[in-house]
Design a protein around this ligand. Sequence first.
Ligand code: ADP
Length: 341
Amino acid sequence: MISIKNVQKVYPSKQGQVLAVDDVNLEINAGEIFGVIGYSGAGKSTLIRMLNGLEIPSSGSVVVANNEVSHIRGKNLRKARQDISMIFQHFNLLWSRTVRENIAFPLEIAGVAKEERLKRVDELIKLVGLEGREDAYPSQLSGGQKQRVGIARALANNPKVLLCDEATSALDPQTTDSILELLVDINERLGLTIVLITHEMHVIRKICHRVAVMESGKVVEIGPVLEVFKNPQEPITKRFVQQVTEPEETKETIEHLLEKFPAGQVVQLTFVGDTTGQPLITELIRKYDITVNILQGKISHTQNGSYGTLFVHLEGAESEIASAIEFIGTQQVGVEVIANG
Ligand code: ADP
């Protein structure tokens, strides 16, 4: 589906030239979810932008869905682009248009008749799970909903390839997971080829079939995700793999701790938004008279609030614990009972 051969991209700069992409060769198969990971400045955006003609390579060739996109322009590029769609970190929605109008926009440009357009938009709204939000404006949507609009709009013209440029980097962990699940669903249902760039290894692990690791414009390692995780070769790949091994270690510790606390229930709480672990736990103790031991966890604070995961061990009367779990649920934090009795 995609063939990148000996591609180089040099940008002019005041300090001389920047070699943003340095002799990259990649073959991406139809139906594949292919991830490109690298730190900031590695050349990921430049590479993905060359796939839809937003950047022109300085040398080499880029073929997407049988179209050589590297040097075509004008009408021919517009035609080739019908097969290639893109979603973005900051969604790039039209703020003065509703959800329905945003999704219909590429269909309008393609000259699709009104009746067919409305039908197609309804299908897309269902596909991405935005029923009931058709007439909302982007400012009235959550980040996850905005990205769903972005995805629906990108799929409007039935592309063969979907490019995702850090598509979940502006989202909290829970919303990231739901968007990634949607991408997998789309890949499986429509057979769409997906190329995503990210600096987050958990994104790669969650959905990609293969991954390429980029450093200083070069692809330094490439392989099936499971193999790369099991046996990373390059120092940079090892660092990325370490990013996501922490939860495994936490789980092991949890299992160990469970032996120490065999009674009661262990609950995993996932916090997103403006709540933090502490007030909720204080409230649980006050309201239900149960003992709450925090076994493990991490809460991150950002400008927009706090998020993170806590494993807590609840000890007390069974019915009180059940009410407490229900209470946590109504606080709209993710809650999963991971051990019982
Ligand atoms: P990434 O997406 O991995 O962060 P980029 O492709 O954005 O990497 O950038 C790769 C390199 O190219 C960086 O050194 C960046 O500063 C440089 N670069 C990117 N775009 C331009 C541009 N339009 N002009 C000059 N230099 C650029």
